[in-house]
Design a protein around this ligand. Structure first.
Ligand SMILES: [Zn+2]
Length: 97
């Protein structure tokens, strides 16, 4: 007998992602953003506290340098992380208490 295994699909919270993408980049205030995950989506999923809107340029910069450097360079990123409950723990890893 052939059985099909189904895995639970991880669905995106499209409404939340859409809302985040319509916000302004927290750095340059440009419209038309990418919802950027603080911790990987596979880890925490689509949650308000896990998403920060960044424009194309700044989301690319974040990919290259990471949150720690971004937070040092841009006060608004540090503020966005803090208001979502994040802080840098040991080894500059982002943690949420
Ligand atoms: Zn920007």
């Amino acid at each position: 007998m052939v059985t099909m295994t189904t895995y639970p699909r991880r669905l995106h919270d499209l409404e939340l992602l859409d809302k985040c993408s319509r916000e302004r980049c927290v750095i340059c205030l440009k419209l038309g953003c990418f919802p950027v995950y603080v911790r990987p989506r596979a880890e925490l999923g689509d949650e308000n506290f896990n998403l920060i809107p960044l424009c194309y340029q700044h989301s690319n910069e974040k990919k290259l340098v990471g949150w720690r450097t971004m937070a040092k360079k841009y006060l608004n990123v540090m503020f966005a992380l803090e208001t979502r409950g994040w802080r840098f723990g040991r080894g500059s890893k982002l943690v949420r208490d």
